[in-house]
Ligand binder design. Structure first.
Ligand SMILES: C[S@@+](CC[C@H](N)C(=O)[O-])C[C@H]1O[C@@H](n2cnc3c(N)ncnc32)[C@H](O)[C@@H]1O
Length: 274
């Protein structure tokens, strides 16, 4: 992990990071996700840590990964010097990458077993669409983040080409129909079951939540995997649901540190116009 990303790089560094070459690399990795998950999720974890490092220093910081999954993110965050804690309701999931389960917590993002205002970076990658109460999970992530800390939340919107996950693109004809089709063709139920483990969440839903929450300010709202010049799609309601592919919201927890002066934040981003 390059140390250069372990400091908040500011808008120009973030722009250099979001290159076309990076998007192509991620897309190629995504194409082999099923056959070579180690490659794709290792790539995604390294990429995510570098991206988070563009908003917050990581060395010595406490990172809570809500829905940490198979453990790929653990090694990437730890390599950047972070104190990483992964949380997932599924123990099998977070040990799949061969990681020890030490430093991992079993729990749900909707009721975090974590004290308030103790986390420097609350991170969640591709989890929110799997939660029946996404706003509750977002509120919980805000609660545990210290004032000045950063929240980094991404998910696949329902109307994204990959919104139906393994049932895509048939989800465009309806989630139940897509699920039935998958069952018929594959002889088994999909892992991501409509309205059981996969919910139709939109970018607009999450932006509405963010606007209504006085404890956070929006630093960035991005199509996560796009090059920087593709960011405009987020400003177009409707189009963004399809064209963003995966949505990333970067927030800063506002307010004073409990019991003292506010710790200087490393964040350099400004408010996002929405
Ligand atoms: C698609 S995986 C994402 C894993 C990893 N974060 C990534 O980006 O590759 C979704 C994860 O969300 C977890 N999950 C589902 N419901 C959850 C909840 N209520 N709270 C926290 N995690 C949850 C699942 O167990 C699974 O590990």
């Amino acid at each position: 992990m390059s140390g250069v990303w372990d400091v908040a790089g500011g808008p120009s560094a973030r722009r250099r990071f979001a290159s076309l070459a990076r998007s192509v690399r991620l897309f190629r990795g995504f194409l082999v996700e099923q056959t070579d998950p180690d490659h794709f999720y290792g790539l995604l974890a390294d990429d995510s840590v570098r991206q988070v490092g563009g908003y917050s220093a990581l060395a010595g910081r406490t990172v809570l990964d809500v829905g940490g999954g198979p453990g790929y993110f653990a090694s990437a965050f730890r390599a950047a010097g972070a104190r990483y804690v992964g949380l997932d309701p599924d123990v099998g999931d977070f040990s799949a990458a061969g990681e020890s389960v030490a430093g991992m917590v079993r729990g749900s993002g909707t009721a975090l077993p974590v004290q308030s205002a103790v986390v420097d970076v609350a991170f969640s990658s591709n989890v929110l669409e799997h939660v029946s109460e996404p706003n509750r999970m977002l509120d919980e992530m805000v609660r545990v983040t210290r004032p000045g800390g950063v929240l980094f939340v991404s998910f696949t919107p329902w109307l994204s080409p990959w919104g139906g996950h393994e049932t895509a693109p048939w989800h465009y004809l309806g989630g139940d129909r897509a699920r039935r089709r998958y069952q018929r063709k594959m002889g088994r139920s999909p892992k991501n079951r409509y309205r059981e483990t996969l919910f139709p969440l939109s970018i607009s839903d999450v932006l509405r939540w963010a606007r209504g929450n006085g404890d956070v300010e929006v630093l960035e709202a991005l199509p996560r995997y796009h090059p920087w010049w593709g960011r405009w799609v987020i400003r177009v309601p409707g189009v963004r649901e399809i064209a963003a592919w995966n949505f990333l919201l970067v927030l800063r927890r506002v307010g004073d540190e409990p019991g003292g002066a506010a710790r200087k934040t490393e964040l350099t981003g400004g408010r996002v116009a929405m």
